[in-house]
Design a protein around this ligand. Structure first.
Ligand code: KQY
Length: 364
């Protein structure tokens, strides 16, 4: 049974653990909408199936699918992946899924944020998003876990935590008027503290250039362990990303984490700028209810959008000259993990990457 709890995780002694803390499993959603995923979703489905197969080498994976895709997804996924009917509007489990919180007695609960598809009608990424907004509650029902309903529009991709009280996010996203126009920065900070059990918030100014999520931090910067962060970088000062990464670097170097440690920031060079090809754009259905993705548009490619599984790192690759350097850096940063490389352009075409399509469920 899953009950709606009226207090907050913080009041009940719960906190969001870091992604490297042990998982019970990983949740994903199956891509299918033809106005986001080209060629009827087929290339994206193959990419998601590969990601799920790789993650399932390290931990159990559950794939949520719409009813009309159950048989297809079941046939495309390895038997180790659990396939469940879980109605959705699109495939970004990081953003519409539950954020799990734990206590030190082995308790596990979920936070169900308000979801408005990255900016509601102002942004119009797609409409409607009612099914996505119910995904978190349904996951918690399936797992019989109690649920907190947070009064804040928030996507999982817009935060990262170190599990020891520190959270990073971007002003560009969480203070954007298309998320919580009626809340002040202080009120947003209070909700993050109450629903994630954190006590220090580090605001980075902006996310990755042309990131359609309004600058999710999970494409820009992440914790590798407490006190150590990885940041997407470019040495090309004429690239608009240079200024964004440099200001994030400076902000991190000027602050300390919740336990007073200064940050070590490891820079991971981004792939060379990539754009959507004419062929890719032509493969998309045109609808009135979803974001247009024209040919020539820059894609927000970043190696930071990786997923930390139990003992594994699932790392995006782009067939780019920087792929190998990123793999080596990640192997160095996570010596106890096996780094698995996954060519993920098809996921990037939908506006995110491997971290965005996954959501870890901690062991609790
Ligand atoms: O950055 C993420 N966490 C999600 C990307 C979503 C893109 C929506 N089209």
């Amino acid at each position: 049974m899953s009950s709606l709890i009226q207090s907050t995780p913080r009041a009940d002694g719960f906190r969001m653990p870091a992604e490297w803390e042990t998982h019970a499993g990983c949740w994903m959603l199956w891509p299918q909408r033809p106005d986001t995923w080209r060629n009827g979703g087929k290339p994206a489905q193959r990419a998601f199936a590969k990601a799920a197969a790789q993650i399932s080498r390290f931990e159990p994976v559950t794939m949520g699918v719409n009813p009309d895709q159950f048989e297809n997804a079941r046939a495309m996924l390895p038997a180790a992946v659990r396939v469940l009917e879980l109605s959705n509007n699109d495939a970004w489990m990081r953003d519409c899924g539950a954020t799990f919180v734990v206590d030190d007695r082995g308790g596990l609960r979920g936070v169900d944020w308000r979801f408005n598809a990255w900016g509601g009608l102002q942004k119009m990424m797609y409409f409607p998003w009612d099914k996505d907004d119910l995904v978190a509650a349904k996951m918690l029902e399936i797992e019989s876990l109690d649920r907190y309903k947070a009064p804040l529009v928030m996507e999982g991709g817009s935060i990262h935590v170190d599990g020891q009280g520190t959270l990073i996010t971007t002003e560009q996203c969480l203070l954007h008027p298309n998320r919580n126009p009626d809340l002040s920065r202080g009120e947003i900070e209070q909700y993050l503290a109450d629903y994630l059990g954190i006590n220090k918030i580090i605001w980075l100014p902006r996310g990755v250039y042309e990131d359609e999520t309004d600058g999710h931090v999970d494409n820009l910067c992440c914790f590798v362990r407490p006190g150590v962060l990885a940041l997407t970088w470019t040495d090309d000062r004429s690239d608009p990303q240079y200024e964004r990464s440099a200001e994030a670097y400076d902000a991190l170097k000027a602050t300390r984490d919740a336990r007073g440690r200064p940050f070590e920031v490891r820079r991971i060079h981004q792939p060379d700028p990539m754009t959507m090809t004419q062929e890719e754009a032509t493969g998309l259905d045109i609808t009135d209810t979803a974001f247009r993705r024209p040919a020539g548009e820059r894609l927000a490619g970043s190696y930071i959008n990786f997923y930390i599984a139990n003992g594994g790192i699932i790392l995006p690759q782009f067939k780019d000259r920087h792929d190998e350097a990123a793999r080596q850096k990640l192997a160095e940063l996570f010596p106890a993990h096996k780094v698995v490389c996954l060519y993920s352009r098809e996921i990037l075409l939908g506006g995110g990457n491997i971290h965005c399509i996954t959501q870890q469920q901690p062991a609790g």
